[in-house]
Design a binder for this molecule. Structure first.
Ligand SMILES: Nc1ncnc2c1ncn2[C@@H]1O[C@H](COP(=O)(O)OP(=O)(O)OP(=O)(O)O)[C@@H](O)[C@H]1O
Length: 409
């Protein structure tokens, strides 16, 4: 992966610039002319372009135009001759990201490149997210979240949906167990059949039989399965369901599988044990908090016909540091209140830990958020946080975090 595509015809200048950037841990690819660079200017180029203006044949302005034709959001930094202000002005008016006078000050060059790169990554990330939402399947559309745990959960849902046996979903209240059940149904070959949801404590023999009948050809989702009376556990739909006929059983519990073994008859427990999906609590995936919050904020504002307020970075950091005992539902309620401009009085996620623990939680959230934003690229994340690489890695180790967990799927 290239951070910088450097286009410069003068070999000694090219080597010097390349060395400056490589010393700053940037990955550089070089080209000696417009023609050599042209095929690399694509819409999905993960880096940015630094180009000399004066080159034999087609010059830097041609390159700028070509880059903008490939992708108007691709940042291009122009290198001008000393004192050549009119050229620089023309470059800016034609859409260059910045211009630098040669010979370049190394610090200024690296700093400008980093700014351009951060913008490039943000652009590509936003496109990727949009693509996943627009063209994605039910898991991508309905289960928001950019954390590695959320990605894993979506993959697991897809895999489980392809199976035929009963499924057990486990997660704390408000983590989205019902939503995940619906996603599994929608991803399965039974998607065109009904999805019927019942809560175990409200069921008796008659209402269970009726629910099974209504769910014919689709899925029956039983929430709080641990509260299903023993007598009814034997009346659940069978695992051996004919293709697209019968009823597939999906179940959820907030309880630990270790406790569940006590609550269920062994037959049912072992049936459900085969295909399980666990939803981690929100506090273990703070990277999802800003995305979910923004999603529900947009929704609340749209419903109430209100303008969407800005979420300042310190507000985001505070949201991420909370432990959210109500999980996604708690966050959603908070977003609603925020949209209405209501005070934070009924917030349930306020941390009660001491100062040291709270600071640790904030540090962890910031590390996760930065790694997520830089797609697991530790060097960029460390730079973003103004930390030497070693200090950054020490902190990751202390929090048990690994950059590779934050790289894209
Ligand atoms: N990943 C997610 N993306 C978008 N919305 C989510 C996500 N997870 C949960 N939600 C939302 O949070 C709310 C709670 O989800 P859901 O009702 O599925 O939780 P639950 O675990 O079944 O809760 P409970 O059993 O306590 O009712 C819902 O409005 C759901 O849409």
């Amino acid at each position: 992966m290239t951070d910088v595509l450097l286009v410069e015809d003068d070999l000694s200048v090219r080597d010097a610039l390349m060395q400056t950037m490589e010393l700053a841990d940037l990955t550089v690819t070089t080209a000696g002319s417009f023609l050599a660079a042209q095929p690399r200017l694509t819409r999905d180029l993960a880096g940015i372009v630094v180009t000399d203006i004066r080159m034999p044949g087609r010059d830097g302005f041609h390159l700028l135009a070509q880059a903008r034709a490939a992708d108007p959001d691709l940042p291009v930094i122009l290198l001008t001759g000393e004192g050549d202000v009119p050229t620089a002005v023309r470059g800016m008016s034609e859409g260059a990201f910045a211009f630098l006078e040669k010979p370049c000050d190394p610090e200024e060059l690296v700093e400008t490149v980093r700014r351009a790169l951060a913008l490039r990554h943000a652009t590509l990330e936003a496109r990727r997210e949009r693509g996943a939402m627009d063209g994605g399947d039910a898991a991508a559309r309905m289960l928001r979240g950019i954390s590695p745990q959320s990605r894993e959960m979506r993959d697991r849902a897809r895999a489980v949906a392809r199976g035929t046996g009963a499924v057990l979903i486990q997660g704390e209240p408000g983590t989205g167990t019902s939503k995940l059940a619906e996603v599994i149904h929608l991803l399965s070959p039974r998607a065109t059949g009904p999805f019927v949801k019942r809560s175990a404590p409200a069921l008796d023999a008659e209402s269970l039989a009726e629910a099974i009948m209504v769910a014919e050809g689709g899925s029956l989702f039983i929430d709080h399965i641990d509260a299903l009376p023993s007598a009814l556990q034997h009346r659940l739909p069978e695992d051996e369901v004919p293709e697209n006929g019968g009823v597939r059983l999906l179940a959820a519990t907030h309880r630990d599988p270790a406790v569940l073994v006590e609550a269920l008859d062994p037959d049912l427990f072992y049936r459900l044990e085969g295909l399980q999906v666990h939803i981690p609590p929100l506090r273990d995936r703070p990277g999802d908090i800003p995305v979910l919050f923004q999603h529900y904020l947009n929704l609340a504002c749209e419903q109430a016909d209100l303008p969407v307020p800005d979420v300042a970075p310190d507000v985001q950091a505070r949201l991420m540091a909370r432990d959210w005992p109500g999980n996604a539902r708690g966050l959603m309620n908070h977003a609603m209140r925020f949209a209405m401009g209501l005070p934070d009085g009924e917030m349930t996620g306020t941390p009660r830990a001491g100062l040291a623990d709270r600071m640790r939680a904030v540090e962890r959230s910031i590390l996760i958020e930065t790694l997520t934003r830089h797609r697991g690229q530790a060097t960029l994340a460390a730079q973003d946080l103004d930390l030497p690489r070693k200090t950054f890695y020490d902190k990751l180790t202390r929090h048990g975090l690994k950059p590779e967990d934050y790289r894209p799927e």
